[in-house]
Write a protein that binds this ligand. Sequence first.
Ligand code: AMP
Length: 539
Amino acid sequence: MQAHMMQQPLLVSSLLRHAERHHGDQQVVSRGVDGGLHRYSFRDLARRARQLAAALGALGLERGDRVGTLAWNGHRHLELYYAVSGAGAVLHTLNPRLHADQLAWIAEHADDRALFFDPTFLPLVEALAPRLPGVRHFVLMGDRAQLPADCAIGGLLCYEDLIAAHDDTYAWPLLDENAASSLCYTSGTTGDPKGVLFSHRSTLLHTFASALPDTLNVSAADCVLPVVPMFHVNAWGLPYAACMVGAKLVLPGPQLDGASLYALFESEGVTLSAGVPTVWQGLLAHVRGQGLRFTSMRRTIVGGAACPPRMLAEFEDELDVRVLHAWGMTELSPIGTVSAPRRNGEPAAHRRAQQAKQGRCPFGVDMRVVDAAGAELPWDGRSAGELQVRGHWVVQSYFGGASPLADGWFPTGDVAHIDAEACMQITDRAKDVIKSGGEWIGSIEIENIAMAHPAVAMAACIAARHPKWDERPLLIVVRKPGAELTRAELLQFFAGRIAKWWTPDDVIFTESIPLGATGKMLKHLLRAQYQDHLLCPAN
Ligand code: AMP
């Protein structure tokens, strides 16, 4: 028997329509590339997104066409989020921190038909344009005054002129909810990047789940500032969640240093933020150095890489900011798990230990850990194997590529274990695992201990080749400015904190650790540089 309920497709445009009708006066604040603040309401956002959608049609862009962006977190980028997907085209957010060769490869693979970009990226786009024959329209995201007098891009268009030519009577089309809404390429450190094509339905279901109290816990009472870029898995879905619940949205533009972020948190009354650990390091150093406090910020999402327990403690104990430690991937839209501790009388130390793990699945995704033969391992908090996931917002197959699924599950390439409370902990990326005498050593745990030393600013643990054990852990460390720390002192710090055979064989002090386009440590570069370090008799 069929039910008698309305059938309404889950569409990205419905988020904006809801925000306009039910939270029309809620604010969107965005910092431009010039540092100035732009302020308007969801009502204005919706109006301009409709004008933009009409402009896209006038440019000849059709349903399914890919529209690229090279842009910071700002209001025009937000308008593109809604206008492109809402009109039935596919928003393709490109990561401007990638090398020009990678960008050209990705834009060609995606077959982008138009490219919208912030003025900051004009030189980059001038260099890229001759390599992008499929791109018919280049649009500078600014007003006419920002158009360069002289420019290598023929027919460069101006965003504000484009939308000014249209009124706001555009009606969002009724699309198939399984149609593609946006496209994001993985930041993969090896091999060609892979495109993940999200649907309207997967995006909406992910948004519902992300707003839940034990997920990212977003509400109309919040002021949300995503530090995580809108070109990195849709800023973890926060631009969608803000419209779904009617939260104030603050978009920080290109200035992501600690001082600039702190000033914006305070001036706009930010209550919830989100970013990778390396960004929070900069913010915490600023706050610590100046003896500051957060007056409004109460929660922050830390994800994209493991949150070091020291960072967790600093946020929670010293700054009274609750940390939501989240694990995810581009292939998961991105949320897979969040560590939302149950506050049901468990001892504080246990709660903190659970919080440092990557956490539980919200409804809508499921996970398991399997051994090398693909058999599921027990949830005992010890048995580590490859983490696999499946769910409503998990990739089925890559754009223009094969399906990565194994037995209906997506193999994440992460190594993890799950405990009896269903909390998952990542111990490594499969390719970063250290195999010593046939046994696995988790590099993240070693890094977390090193990071707990007060003189350490950043630490990476890699597998170095070893004549007897095949591989042994080698620690690469950046000291805090002005701090003194010797190899012996740091190795001594591991005593009693870790099994003795997990202690790194050596420590290399360096000025900096290379970071990738999404702020993660590039361990493959460190391996290339140092993997023979322990084979060298001089060491
Ligand atoms: P990306 O697709 O660029 O977002 O990268 C996804 C990868 O980042 C995952 O497969 C993990 O290896 C890593 N990652 C994300 N969040 C975490 C976390 N909380 N702890 C440890 N690793 C993480």
